[in-house]
Design a protein around this ligand. Structure first.
Ligand SMILES: CC(C)(COP(=O)(O)OP(=O)(O)OC[C@H]1O[C@@H](n2cnc3c(N)ncnc32)[C@H](O)[C@@H]1OP(=O)(O)O)[C@@H](O)C(=O)NCCC(=O)NCCS
Length: 184
């Protein structure tokens, strides 16, 4: 079952990042990275074609209260997002009876390979377990997404099973599902 999540007043910090709710001022930064070819496709969505498309999605981030913006401290730019999503694939017992969520993330192409997403995801996972009462977290990547696989490994998830995921474009992708149990 889904744990209750409301991140609208939550601010987390790591060495390099301020992990905070989205705000209306973030539109330009969001559009800048979400419109780049090869970023969203890996997470199942197409590059944004207009600021109004980014605005619509950002409005959803704000109203759903479960997606963080990742702000790089050194330049105060928003360079990615992490969502504490509702569970999209039921793994059966024991997970069905436990409180959990699914983590999803995207980072601006300019900042890939610096360990920023493992840094952010580690902090968000800590928040999910210690504050939001998640008993487990799920995370998945498509077979081809070796970069996301590395993030999942670095965050200590355990592989559970292969499954078929239908993305936002209605396409099916063979994917791998992982779980991490709360340390408590
Ligand atoms: C997946 C993603 C968030 C990784 O974030 P990150 O902060 O770059 O993560 P890391 O720095 O730990 O790098 C992870 C792996 O990416 C690969 N990588 C690093 N730099 C890269 C680059 N410039 N281009 C391609 N791959 C690169 C490396 O294999 C690295 O693993 P290693 O550290 O063992 O060498 C980022 O690549 C991304 O946003 N991808 C597009 C969206 C996406 O795939 N979301 C997840 C959907 S399941």
């Amino acid at each position: 079952m889904n744990a209750e999540i409301d991140i609208s007043k939550v601010i987390l910090e790591t060495d390099r990042l301020r992990i905070r709710p989205w705000s209306m001022e973030d539109l330009e930064d969001f559009y800048e990275y979400a419109s780049v070819d090869g970023v969203g496709q890996m997470a199942g969505w197409n590059p944004h074609k207009s600021r109004s498309e980014s605005q619509e999605i950002m409005n959803r981030f704000i109203s759903h209260k479960r997606t963080f913006a990742l702000e790089l401290k050194k330049n105060k730019k928003v360079i990615g997002s992490i969502g504490i999503e509702e569970i999209s694939f039921d793994l059966g017992e024991p997970y069905t009876s436990l409180k959990g969520r699914e983590i999803g993330y995207v980072l601006s192409k300019e900042y890939w390979g610096m360990g920023l997403m493992p840094e952010a995801a580690g902090k968000v996972m800590e928040y999910c377990f210690d504050v939001s009462g998640c008993q487990f977290l799920q995370c998945s990547h498509s077979f081809e997404n070796a970069q996301s696989k590395r993030v999942i490994e670095k965050c200590g998830f355990e592989f559970i099973q292969d499954y078929e995921r239908t993305n936002k474009n209605g396409e099916n992708h063979k994917s791998k599902m992982y779980v991490k149990m709360s340390p408590q």
